[in-house]
Write a protein that binds this ligand. Structure first.
Ligand code: DAK
Length: 265
């Protein structure tokens, strides 16, 4: 397993070793995201995606206080507009992590998820939050605005009024409000966050792997298509899955009242 400076990566024992745990590891800087974190995260997600034995990943933050308190303001303060533009600063996140990771992954938000931290959490397939989690897009206070999808993903998740209020005031949303607003799938006690996230990941990792990728693809299509187009995509993917060995096994296992044994094809 690669040796990283700013993150740790672990293959967990859950689901016979099929769960990857990625932890942002700059606790003194509240796991602020800098260029090194970006580079290492992209590498870790690519390795997760490429490893056929890994079937679900969890991304969390180290320490008790933060998932990630945003992009590293100290690094950004040194940059001129031309640097942001010419380096295409932070732009690869969306394409490299979101588009290339076809397998499921969960964000386990253990504290502050602000700015780029909130945006990173929203790139996950879903968020499980500790009751201490706090979400926000406070970039306006720094004279800027969300740059990694916050204005788009937050608005799609919680609607215009709340997203607009959060972007314009920079106020944070606590875990209870985030669950009520559909930003997070579930809120759990702080101490059991990782256990709950890993348990959920193990549950996903024990599903037929091709069907997991297909379910993710279908749900994501809802954000990119009209209803009619989305329904066609859903039907086509269903029809493809119907030809899989795992479909035959899954239905036989149901009829024979036993657990399915998946081939992932
Ligand atoms: N960057 C760098 N260091 C940070 C940081 C951050 N975002 N957040 C916290 N830290 C550091 C603090 O500087 C402090 O370090 P020392 O002073 O001890 O060396 C340490 O973490 C502990 O923080 P505090 O002392 O401030 O802790 P508190 O409990 O008092 O406050 C806080 C916690 C989370 C409320 C506070 O730290 C805070 O407000 N942090 C900043 C939150 C924020 O504004 N986040 C948004 C950053 S802007 C782009 C794409 C994306 C982005 C930009 C461009 N392109 C595509 C172009 C993203 C932008 C952002 O995320």
């Amino acid at each position: 397993m690669a040796d990283y400076e700013t993150i740790t990566v672990e293959q967990r024992p859950e689901a016979n070793g099929a769960v990857t745990l990625i932890t942002l590891n700059r606790p003194k800087a509240l796991n602020a995201l800098n260029s090194k974190v970006l580079e290492e995260l992209i590498d870790a997600f690519a390795a997760y995606e490429a490893d056929r034995g890994q079937l679900c990943a969890v991304l969390t933050g180290s320490g008790d206080k933060a998932f990630a308190a945003g992009a590293d303001i100290k690094e950004m303060s040194e940059k001129a507009a031309a640097d942001f533009y010419l380096e295409d600063f932070f732009s690869p996140w969306t394409s490299e992590i979101v588009k290339k990771t076809r397998k499921p992954w969960i964000a386990a938000v253990n504290g502050f998820a602000l700015g780029g931290g909130c945006e990173l959490a929203m790139m996950a397939d879903f968020i499980i939050a500790s009751e201490n989690a706090k979400f926000g897009q406070p970039e306006i206070k720094l004279g800027v605005a969300p740059g990694m999808g916050g204005s788009q993903r937050l608005t799609r998740a919680i609607g215009k009024s709340k997203a607009m209020e959060m972007c314009l005031t920079g106020r944070m949303m606590d875990a209870e409000e985030a669950e009520r607003s559909n930003l997070v799938a579930r809120v759990v006690p702080h101490e059991s966050l990782l256990d709950e996230a890993l348990k959920t990941a193990a549950q996903i990792a024990s599903m037929p792997p091709m069907a997991a990728i297909a379910n993710k693809e279908m749900v994501n299509a809802a954000f990119e298509t009209s209803l009619d187009q989305g329904l066609v995509i859903e039907r086509r993917i269903f029809q493809i899955l119907a030809a899989s060995e795992d479909k035959k096994e899954g239905m036989a296992a149901f009829v024979e009242k036993r657990e399915g044994k998946w081939k992932g094809r």
